[in-house]
Write a protein that binds this ligand. Structure first.
Ligand SMILES: *Cc1c(COP(=O)(O)O)cnc(C)c1O
Length: 375
């Protein structure tokens, strides 16, 4: 029997513990397992029961054959980018998570991997970038921090036509809103630190593979050697987050929609980047490939860097902090927090819309913006 998504979110990897009957999964801390045991575990760095439960859930939710959990989102990014060898080529998006860009531009060229950066919302530009051969096409949709939407089905086709694998960072959307493997992606990457964890209290990352083929097995074997697995407690917390993910995303999205409409007509705001707004350049594609538009948005405020920096420090319900996907709303001036690799417009402020009452959030932004507006 195939279950619907919300049922899977609650039940995948959640079988009661056969030895005790416990309904909530146990946290198995043992680093080593008796040889020749029936479950097949050997050593925690290889695989452990709590992580395996999480991987079962992640594979089910993304519709992949195999999932690998990692110690952080960046460990998952690195595991994927480390599959690239001398002379091979990565085609990556202009707008993406600052750490992904840092790894691609600082680490990969040292190893003789070529890196081409392209606007992945522009399919002709991606075709041109892949024309001379590509090994991996990477995208992030919606992207950080400009909320650009890339056409995943079209990108998968372009990648495959040039013999490349197609990887999508699905952190902002989560599989509740978007399932890249069903649209042709080969691998989905997550920072589970964000919506999967959902409470700003657990770091983690994941790769979900469409096929459990030789490539997926090579990445798994490499994780054993590099050791970037998820700890049992982190795996347990992330697994717990899966259960409420669809319910949380529904409220996150509903709140974000209200805030986006408020911000779109505010005089102190020059531009709102939110794919749910009809005038967003990626709105039509997002409407086609996403179930809802997510709860991340960014604005460019009038007055540039200083006004944006000040705005992000005047809110009282929104917390001025980095990261996203928790119950609490966060606000951040990106250019000042991203450091050397920043590409963010100077007046851009990014918000992670939480689960508070939307009217309270609007009131908070209203008071924080009222002192920002130029007189
Ligand atoms: C946070 C984030 C990452 C990195 O994940 P960590 O868990 O912080 O290592 C990668 N991609 C996106 C889109 C993110 O938001």
């Amino acid at each position: 029997m195939t279950h619907k998504f919300d049922t899977l979110a609650v039940h995948a990897g959640a079988e009661p513990d056969p030895t005790t009957g416990a309904v909530a999964p146990p946290i198995q801390l043992s680093t080593t397992f008796v040889h020749d045991n029936a479950a097949g575990f050997s050593y925690q760095r290889d695989e452990h029961p709590t992580q395996q439960r999480l991987e079962t859930a992640l594979a089910a939710l993304e519709g992949g054959e195999r999932a690998l959990a990692f110690a952080s989102g960046m460990a998952a990014v690195a595991a994927m980018l480390d599959t690239l060898q001398r002379g091979q080529r990565l085609v990556m998006p202009e707008d993406c998570y600052v750490g992904t860009r840092g790894y691609a531009t600082d680490v990969l060229p040292e190893r003789g991997v070529e890196v081409t950066t392209v606007d992945t919302t522009d399919l002709d530009a991606v075709r041109a970038a892949c024309r001379n051969g590509a090994t991996l096409l990477w995208t992030e949709s919606p992207s950080n921090p400009r909320m650009q939407v890339s056409d995943l089905a079209a990108l998968a086709e372009i990648a495959h036509a040039s013999g490349a694998r197609f990887v999508c960072d699905n952190t902002f959307a989560t599989p509740v809103l978007q399932r890249p493997l069903a649209l042709g992606a080969d691998v989905v990457m997550h920072s589970t630190t964000k919506y999967f964890g959902g409470h700003s209290d657990v770091l983690g990352g994941a790769l979900v593979f469409a096929r459990n083929d030789e490539f997926a097995q090579r990445v798994a074997a490499r994780r054993l050697l590099t050791g970037a697995i998820l700890s049992p407690f982190s795996a347990w917390l992330t697994l717990r987050g899966c259960r409420s993910l669809p319910a949380r995303m529904a409220l996150h999205c509903a709140n974000a929609r209200k805030l986006a409409s408020f911000l779109a007509i505010h005089p102190a705001v020059e531009r709102v980047h939110y794919p749910g707004l009809p005038d967003h350049p990626g709105h039509a594609v997002a409407a086609r490939q996403m179930r809802d538009f997510g709860a991340m948005l960014s604005v460019e405020v009038r007055g540039g860097y200083d006004a944006a920096f000040a705005f992000a420090r005047r809110t009282t319900i929104f917390t001025n902090a980095t990261s996203l996907g928790g119950c609490e709303s966060l606000i951040e001036h990106r250019a000042s927090s991203e450091g050397a690799h920043t590409h963010s417009p100077p007046g851009l402020v990014r918000m992670s819309i939480g689960l508070e009452d939307a009217d309270d959030l609007i009131e908070d932004l209203q008071q924080a913006l009222s002192t920002t507006a130029p007189r």
